[in-house]
Design a protein. Structure first.
Length: 385
């Protein structure tokens, strides 16, 4: 018997349970018990290095965790779990964070990149100072001007909604607003952004930050969003597509998914991968299970059930009807470029970013404090590595 712990939503976990049940029928000699960990409560699992007291043989975790766990010595290499052409049939955005010391330490299952969603009606009511219509994609200097533009138009809408506790969402918006790759802030202390675009955003006075809703998007949010309660939202692609599809046509027509950021070299992929615990006593059985769980058929089921995008490039050219078709993506854009930040310190840097964002959003810090605290955190991580 094996045990697998999975960091994922309830809906996605139900799909994994179905896939595991089918696996059991084909492999009656291998039994895998599944345990779900809510992503909101997952930090403790990372901090314990997967030791939750129940000795998991396998784990399904965010890609950013894999190198951290590998460097800590709690994983076994996963190279042998790739079947056939699977090892070469990977996007660089997903595969690169899994590589360390000459080995691959995780088997990708899915990805769910972030997008901006716009309310067309609210955006259409906004005009620049010269009278021209405001249009997407917004220039970096136009984001800080949104509170005044909404006020001038007599609109009480929030200008942005994102989950403030989700550092991936924060990074995705920073990248979109600054017109830069979303991972740059995590490497080289964010110097790649040269400060200018991000400075204009972080210099916003506290009273204008109130226009940012720091909430998770739920069904009530999407109804209010379509009715004009928010100008823009940062969410995962699967959530946006499912929510808009579930709205009445008039409401759905008011919202537009914006994937312009995917033309950057990198956006946050929100990939998840299977990893093999060094504590397992059933290595071969565990590798067999990982390979089957990440099969093409299961990736297509993940897409059908939850909108999670497949990780094999070949599936986008196989006539499976996957949208968007990432087979047409430029070699210089997402998901064909590796992230610039792939070190074992990335999960802690993401936590630090979420903490600073919360402080900034609440008005406890401003641009000057951010400029001191964020670079200082790099020195802290370096001393801990």
């Amino acid at each position: 018997d094996l045990r697998a712990v999975a960091v994922m939503s309830e809906a996605a976990f139900k799909t994994l349970e179905q896939q595991n049940a089918r696996f059991a029928l084909r492999h009656p000699d291998i039994h895998v018990a599944l345990t779900r960990v809510d992503p909101k409560d997952a930090d403790a699992l990372l901090d314990s290095r997967l030791d939750d007291g129940r000795a998991a043989d396998l784990a399904l975790v965010p890609n950013e965790w894999v190198k951290t766990l590998a460097v800590a010595g709690v994983l076994l290499p996963a190279d042998a779990a790739f079947v056939g052409e699977a090892l070469s049939d990977q996007f660089d955005a997903l595969a690169a964070p899994l590589k360390w010391n000459g080995y691959i330490w995780g088997v990708p299952r899915s990805m769910d990149p972030y997008v901006l969603v716009w309310n067309r009606n609210v955006l259409g009511a906004l005009h620049r100072e010269d009278g021209s219509a405001l249009a997407r994609p917004l220039r970096a200097e136009e984001w800080p001007a949104l509170p005044k533009l909404l006020q001038d138009a007599g609109l009480g809408a929030s200008w942005l909604t994102l989950d403030a506790s989700d550092p991936y969402a924060v990074l995705s918006w920073f990248g979109a607003a600054a017109g830069e790759r979303a991972d740059a802030l995590l490497s080289d202390q964010g110097k790649a952004w040269n400060g200018q675009a991000l400075d204009a955003i972080l210099a916003m006075p506290p009273e204008e930050r109130v226009g940012i809703q720091k909430r998770e998007a739920d069904s009530r949010f999407w109804t209010a969003f379509a009715a004009g309660g928010t100008l823009a939202a940062v969410v995962r692609y699967s959530e946006a597509a499912a929510a808009i599809a579930g709205l009445p046509k008039t409401a759905a027509d008011a919202l537009q998914i914006d994937r312009a950021g995917w033309e950057q070299p990198y956006v946050w992929a929100s990939g998840e991968s299977f990893a093999l615990s060094a504590r397992t006593r059933h290595e071969e059985a565990a590798k067999t299970w990982m390979a089957q769980m990440a099969s093409s058929a299961n990736q297509l089921q993940n897409y059908a059930d939850s909108g999670l995008l497949p990780v094999f490039p070949s599936l986008y050219t196989a006539g499976a009807g996957i949208a968007p078709n990432l087979a047409n993506a430029s070699l210089q854009s997402f998901p064909n470029q590796a992230p610039s930040a792939t070190g074992p310190e990335v999960p802690n840097r993401l936590r630090r970013l979420a903490g600073l964002w919360e402080q900034w959003l609440d008005g406890r810090i401003g641009l000057d404090e951010w400029k001191l605290l964020w670079p200082a955190s790099f020195a802290e991580f370096k001393s801990d590595d």
